[in-house]
Design a protein around this ligand. Structure first.
Ligand code: VG1
Ligand code: CO
Length: 580
C-alpha cells in the first residue's frame, strides 16, 4: 500500500470529556471528523507508541463502529503502526479491551501498546444517537489528562492526516491475520476472539467452581440484563457455559447496534425489564429471582439487585471491599488500598477505616484510579455511577462486579447450598453491612440536556454561595430548619499522590456538620447541551434508623439542594430527568 497525506481543517469541540469524545453519529459522519481526532491522537502519543506499535481497535458494537474500524485500520497503516488487533465483529467490552492490552499475546508474540475504544458507553446508539471514541494507554487505562489535553490541542491546529487508502476493507467477522506491505514493510490486521482473554482473566480471579455451585443450586435464581450492549457477548459464555446458569436467566443479551432502541444504562429508570423481574418498579413480577444485575452499552457499569432490593453502587463497592479477602481468591493476601470518586458516598471510607486500609478520594472518571493501581496503592475502587472495579485491569468492570457479588453470596452460603436452611440474601448482606458500619443514604438527581448557559450560571451561583457560609446557613434554615449546617464548602481539587499532577474544579461541595454532603457537577459525557448532576448524601450510624426509605430519609436535604441552587430559576426544570 501507499500512504497519502490528506488536507483537512479543524473541527470545533473535539475535546475529550470524562471518558473520550462523544457526539451524535451524524457529527462523526462528517467527512474527516473521525480522521482528525484519530490523527490528533497519533500526534499526541510519543513516537514509540505509534511507529511499529500494536494497537487494539474495537468497542461496544454501536452504530458507525464498523465504518470507524476500517478508517482507523487505514490510518494506523498510514501512521506506521505495525499491527492492529480487532476483536471479531469489532466487539470488545471496555474492560475486555483493558484486559487485552495487559494480557494478550498475538500470534507472533506481539503485545499491544494501546487501544482505540469505540463506545459512548451508557448513551443510546443508532443513526440519530451517539458514537464515541477514546484512547487507552499501555497500562490498559484511559489516557491521562496530559494526553487528552494534547489530543485536543492538535485537533485545533490539524492540517493533514495520513492514510493508506488502497488497503481494502478487512473482513472483521472472520478470525485470522491479513498482512499488507507498505513503504516501511509489513502491516498486519489480526482478528481475534472477543471473549477468550477476558474469561481467562476472570477465571484467575474468582473461584468459578464455588460460584457454579451457587448458580446451579435449586435454592438460587439469577437474572442478567445486558440491555443489548456488548456484555451480551460475554454473558452466555460466562454465566451459562462456564457457571451453569439457566439460558432463561439472560435477558437482552444479543448485542445490537442501537441497543434495541433503549438507553443502555443500568439503573432503576432505564433497566425497566430487569427491575420489574426483580419485583421492583411499577409492574413488579410476583416471584423474583434472588439476584439480578445489568450492564451498560460497553459493559463497564453494573447494577446489582436482590429480590425486591436495590443495592446502591456506593454501598456495593464498600461491601465488596469488606468481603473481598475472604470471598475472592485474587484478594486472599489482602487489599493494598481502596478508592472512590469524590461524589461517591463515604460508605467505603468507613470500611477503609475499620479495616485499616489506605484510602483515596479522586475526581470523577476512571482515569484517576489507574495511577494509584500502577503504584500498588489500590486494589478495589468504585464510583456512584454504577462503576466498580479492581486492579486486575484499569477500567471499571461490570461483569467482574457481578462475579464479585456472586462470590460473596457463594462464600456466605457455602454450608447452606445443600439442605433446608434458607440462603442468606443480597438484602441481608446489605442490612448486616449497615448495622456494622452505618448507612449512607444516597441519591443522585440528573438534569439532562439543560441549556448550557443556564447550567453555567447555576454553577457560578453555587460558587458564590461558598463565600459566606453564615448567609448560606441562614438560607438553609429558611428552606428546612431540620437540616444540619454547612461547615465547609469548596471546589474539589485533586493532587495525584503518584505524579503530583493537579486536577481542579472537579465539582462543588457543601459538607454539613453531621457528615451530609451536597455535590454539584456538570457531566463530561453528554453529547448535547449540559447535564447537571446533584449528589445528595446523609450518614446514619444509629442501627435503629438505617432501614428507612432512602428518598423519604433524604427529602429535607433534597429540598435544600434544589432550592439553594435555584434549580428551577436557572434551568426551568421542576423535576430531574433521572433519579438514581
Ligand atoms: C459519568 C459518570 C462517571 C463515569 C463516566 C464514564 O461521567 O458520572 O462516574 O466515570 O460517566 O462512565 P459524567 O462526567 O457524565 O458525570 V461510562 O460507563 O460512560 O464510560
Ligand atoms: Co460504560
Amino acid at each position: 500500500f501507499t500512504v497519502t497525506s490528506k488536507q483537512t481543517n479543524p473541527f470545533e469541540g473535539q475535546k475529550p470529556g470524562t471518558s473520550g469524545l462523544r457526539k451524535k453519529v451524524t457529527v462523526f459522519q462528517q467527512p474527516n471528523y473521525l480522521h482528525n481526532f484519530v490523527q490528533a491522537t497519533f500526534y499526541a502519543l510519543s513516537v514509540d507508541r505509534v511507529h511499529g506499535a500494536t494497537l487494539v481497535v474495537s468497542g461496544d458494537g454501536r452504530y458507525f463502529s464498523k465504518e470507524a474500524i476500517q478508517i482507523i485500520i487505514k490510518m494506523a497503516a498510514g501512521n506506521h503502526v505495525r499491527r492492529v488487533w480487532v476483536a471479531q465483529n469489532g466487539l470488545l467490552s471496555t474492560p475486555a479491551v483493558s484486559a487485552v492490552i495487559r494480557e494478550r499475546v498475538g500470534h507472533d508474540g506481539a503485545k499491544a501498546t494501546g487501544a482505540f475504544i469505540l463506545t459512548a458507553s451508557h448513551n443510546p446508539g443508532g443513526p440519530h444517537e451517539d458514537f464515541g471514541i477514546k484512547y487507552n494507554m499501555e497500562n490498559g487505562g484511559p489516557a491521562p489528562e496530559s494526553v487528552t489535553n494534547q489530543i485536543f490541542i492538535h485537533t485545533t491546529t490539524i492540517k493533514e492526516y495520513f492514510i493508506a487508502e488502497d488497503i481494502p476493507d478487512v473482513d472483521i467477522s472472520k478470525i485470522g491475520v491479513t498482512s499488507f506491505t507498505g513503504p516501511r514493510g509489513q502491516f498486519d490486521v489480526e482478528v481475534f476472539d472477543s471473549t477468550t482473554d477476558y474469561i481467562k482473566l476472570m477465571k484467575s480471579i474468582f473461584d468459578f467452581g464455588l460460584i457454579k455451585k451457587l448458580l446451579t443450586s435449586p435454592k438460587f435464581s439469577f437474572c442478567y440484563d445486558a440491555l443489548h450492549g456488548v456484555a451480551g457477548a460475554y454473558a452466555h459464555k460466562i454465566f451459562v457455559e462456564e457457571l451453569g446458569a439457566d439460558e432463561s436467566s439472560l435477558i437482552n443479551c444479543v448485542p445490537k447496534e442501537d441497543f434495541g432502541g433503549g438507553h443502555p444504562d443500568p439503573n432503576l429508570t432505564y433497566a425497566k425489564e430487569l427491575v420489574a423481574r426483580m419485583g421492583l418498579g411499577k409492574s413488579p413480577a410476583s416471584d423474583p429471582p434472588e439476584f439480578g444485575a445489568a450492564a451498560d452499552g460497553d459493559a463497564d457499569r453494573n447494577m446489582v439487585l436482590g429480590k425486591r432490593f436495590f443495592v446502591t453502587p456506593s454501598d456495593s463497592v464498600a461491601i465488596i471491599a469488606a468481603n473481598a479477602v475472604e470471598a475472592i481468591p485474587y484478594f486472599a493476601s489482602g487489599l493494598k488500598g481502596v478508592a472512590r470518586s469524590m461524589p461517591t458516598s463515604a460508605a467505603l471510607d468507613v470500611v477503609a477505616k475499620a479495616l485499616g486500609l489506605k484510602f483515596f478520594e479522586v475526581p470523577t472518571g476512571w482515569k484517576f484510579f489507574g495511577n494509584l493501581m500502577d503504584a500498588g496503592m489500590c486494589s478495589i475502587c468504585g464510583e456512584e455511577s454504577f462503576g466498580t472495579g479492581s486492579d486486575h485491569i484499569r477500567e471499571k468492570d461490570g461483569i467482574w462486579a457481578v462475579l464479585a457479588w456472586l462470590s460473596i453470596l457463594a462464600f456466605k452460603n457455602k454450608d447452606r447450598l445443600q439442605g433446608d436452611e434458607k440462603l442468606i440474601s443480597v438484602e441481608e448482606i446489605v442490612l448486616n453491612h449497615w448495622s456494622t458500619y452505618g448507612r449512607h443514604y444516597y441519591t443522585r438527581y440528573d438534569y439532562e440536556n439543560v441549556e448550557s448557559a443556564g447550567a453555567n450560571e447555576l454553577m457560578a451561583n453555587l460558587v458564590k454561595l461558598q463565600y459566606d457560609l453564615g448567609e448560606l446557613n441562614v438560607l438553609i434554615r429558611k428552606i428546612r430548619p431540620e437540616v444540619s449546617f454547612v461547615i465547609k464548602a469548596d471546589e474539589f481539587e485533586y493532587k495525584d499522590p503518584v505524579d503530583g499532577s493537579i486536577s481542579s474544579k472537579q465539582g462543588i461541595r457543601f459538607i454539613f456538620n453531621d457528615g451530609s454532603r451536597l455535590i454539584y457537577r456538570l457531566s463530561g459525557t453528554g453529547s448535547v447541551g449540559a447535564t447537571i448532576r446533584v449528589y445528595i448524601e446523609q450518614y446514619e450510624k444509629d442501627p435503629t434508623k438505617t432501614g428507612r426509605d432512602s428518598q423519604e430519609a433524604l427529602a429535607p436535604l433534597v429540598d435544600v439542594a434544589i432550592k439553594m441552587s435555584k434549580m428551577e430559576q436557572f434551568t426551568g426544570r421542576t423535576a430531574p430527568t433521572v433519579i438514581t
